[in-house]
Design a protein around this ligand. Structure first.
Ligand code: NAP
Length: 234
């Protein structure tokens, strides 16, 4: 089985895990649409992999509606979009925590509602290891991830026979940490890698391959898979 002839939308597809997923789907012969906010970065990514770009902000109802009006019915939808703002629970601003939920959780909710997915198709959401392994100063991200995992199970029932699944990444080296100084980022990733059973941090393609499996495996529904180099058991 392959994705040849299928139509795949990757929301968050201009970077990191979303871009790797879009690229893999293109290699398999799918027609791919990628969506995110920064038009220039999105176009560059689309041109590179031979996808169509539709500028979209998942924090806007109208923008998400426009994406799926333009795409028409599709076979598989993947949501990786997130921009996370967190901080110490007692002092992080409500604007920041609301913005995190608006993009990461309500964004996925909006996409699930607006997408018209063909029979036999799938929706894949992206949570993250903080749902099960919280760390100080990131309660809102833990909560958003936990909510997405619950939403996955609920939607797998309510959207059936469309299959709904969730991938939860561990630490993956993507542009999500582009704001960090390079030396500090490399040092942090090396320390994390040393503590993981897999002996390394993830690369975007590790996650793309799991998302790809969700698209193709007709028996996967309501599943939450942790691709984290063994981080949950370390
Ligand atoms: N990398 C990790 O270590 C890690 C760990 C745990 C969980 N995750 C989760 O995995 C997912 C993908 O992460 P990544 O590492 O691939 O991140 P990334 O490289 O920063 O990519 C994020 C993508 O989402 C888009 N995006 C952000 N906000 C958006 C919005 N409001 N509307 C539409 N698009 C938006 C970005 O483009 P624009 O900014 O142009 O919109 C970009 O295409 C995220 O949900 C993240 O929380 C990642």
């Amino acid at each position: 089985m392959s994705l040849a002839g299928k139509k795949v939308v990757v929301v968050g597809g201009s970077s990191g895990i979303g871009l790797a997923t879009a690229e893999l789907a293109r290699k398999e012969g799918a027609e791919v649409i990628i969506a995110s906010r920064n038009a220039e970065r999105l176009k560059a990514a689309a041109d590179k992999i031979g996808a169509t770009a539709i500028v979209t902000d998942v924090s806007s109802d109208d923008s998400v509606a426009n994406l799926f009006r333009t795409s028409g019915a599709v076979d598989h939808v993947v949501v990786t979009a997130a921009q996370l703002r967190s901080g110490p629970f007692k002092s992080v601003s409500m604007d920041d925590v609301r913005a995190t939920m608006e993009g990461k959780f309500w964004g996925a909710w909006r996409v699930a509602r607006a997408a018209q997915i063909n029979a036999g198709g799938s929706l894949t959401l992206t949570s993250g290891f903080l749902s099960l392994r919280p760390r100080p100063n990131s309660a809102i991200v833990s909560a958003a991830n936990g909510a997405l995992e619950s939403l996955t199970r609920a939607l797998a029932l309510e959207m059936a026979p469309i299959r709904v699944n969730c991938v939860s990444p561990g630490i993956v080296d993507t542009p999500i940490r582009a704001a960090m100084a390079e030396a500090a980022r490399a040092d942090m990733l090396a320390k994390i890698a040393a503590g993981l059973p897999a002996g390394r941090v993830g690369v975007a393609d590790d996650l793309a391959r799991q998302i790809h499996a969700f698209m193709l495996n007709g028996f996967a529904s309501g599943a939450i898979i942790y691709i984290d180099g063994g981080g949950l058991i370390a």
